[in-house]
Design a protein around this ligand. Structure first.
Ligand code: NAP
Length: 309
């Protein structure tokens, strides 16, 4: 007979937080290490400028004197230095015997080619490699506000899932191709800058009438969720290749773009940004797409600009 307090009947014990090492304690790396500490992971830290580890060590982190010592301390190493070249330079001198069997999660920003090259280089050192893209600012790390997308071998992603979830509330797995996270990251920062630049241009425009950026933002931000709401339907048009103008034709958008350029020039505000937007629409219209929906412009984005004759 078994009793409730028999070991077989005990509720599954939550696994103790696994040891993790963090390489790079700049603004982002420091936030990553702090989040791991808060979540109870035995955390080893290394930074080129050693003093940046002092407060983390005071809170319980262990200082590694070298990158090799950080790898020796934990099966999972999170790296967040400036770029891929810096990462490879600091790991280059490490004895491959120390790296063998470890998993490196690299959260440095770069291109998809750099991520794929680094994955191949890491494999040569016996390192398992996951590439990650942080979609958050340092204060959000370790909270539900943060997302960190990851690509690489699924089994390793699953194995280190609990530690990764200490860093961000949302950890989307994008696939086995190591380049996918950088590809998404580049696409998403492009989206961010387009939104920010449109907002800056708008603030400059209304500023000519003495409207403050705050007043403008209070009104302008009401429209942003509506535009975001169009995206799933527009995405379906791109994926199916049918660009029916359900709401407004590209020609109607082009007319408004011309007014935006005209207004900017009239008010002495820089008109390059709206003129650039209009140039894409003009090319799509010249190719016969003026009567179709806005997403038909995807063709203009899919190929490099034609070189001037
Ligand atoms: P940061 O504050 O400038 O820190 C850079 C880190 O890289 C420092 O730890 C620095 O060490 C280290 N480093 C640079 N070159 C090195 C080298 N040759 N050898 C060893 N260490 C080197 O930058 P950050 O904001 O933390 O950003 C780090 C990465 O996270 C970047 O790829 C960035 O794009 C990405 N990221 C940042 C944010 C953000 O909001 N900050 C958001 C998403 C992604 P020292 O302290 O010794 O200089």
């Amino acid at each position: 007979m078994t009793t409730d307090n028999h070991p077989e009947n005990a509720p599954a014990q939550a696994q103790a937080p696994a040891p993790v090492a963090v390489l790079g304690l700049g603004l982002m790396g420091h936030a990553l290490a702090a989040a791991l500490l808060r979540a109870g992971h035995p955390t080893t830290v290394w930074n080129r400028t050693a003093a940046k580890a002092d407060d983390l060590v005071a809170e319980g982190a262990v200082r590694a004197d070298t990158p090799a010592a950080a790898f020796a301390a934990a099966p999972l190493v999170v790296a967040c230095v400036t770029d891929y070249d810096a990462l490879r330079a600091l790991l280059g001198p490490v004895d491959p015997a120390v790296l063998d069997g470890r998993t490196l999660v690299n959260l440095t920003t770069g291109t998809s080619a750099q991520a794929r090259d680094t994955a191949a280089w890491a494999a040569g050192l016996g390192l398992t490699y996951l590439d990650g893209a942080i979609m958050a600012s340092p204060p959000a790390i370790g909270t539900g506000e943060a997302a960190i997308a990851v690509s690489g071998p699924r089994a390793d992603f699953d194995r280190h899932g609990p530690a990764l979830r200490s860093l961000a509330g949302d950890i989307p797995y994008l696939g086995a191709d190591h380049g996918l996270t950088s590809l998404y990251e580049m696409a998403i920062v492009g989206l961010m800058w387009s939104l920010l630049n449109g907002w800056l241009h708008g603030a400059a425009l209304v500023g000519t009438a003495g409207v403050s950026a705050a007043e403008f933002t209070a009104i302008a931000s009401k429209g942003v969720p509506a535009v975001v709401g169009w995206l799933p339907g527009f995405a379906e048009q791109i994926d199916t290749g049918t660009f029916t103008a359900d709401d407004a034709t590209l020609d109607i958008h082009r007319a408004a773009m011309a007014h935006l350029v005209q207004e900017s020039e009239f008010l002495g505000v820089n008109a390059e940004f709206p003129a650039l937007i209009k140039s894409f629409a003009d090319r799509a219209a010249a190719a016969g797409h003026g009567g179709e929906g806005y997403p038909v412009m995807i063709e203009e984005f899919r190929r490099p600009a034609a070189k001037p004759e």
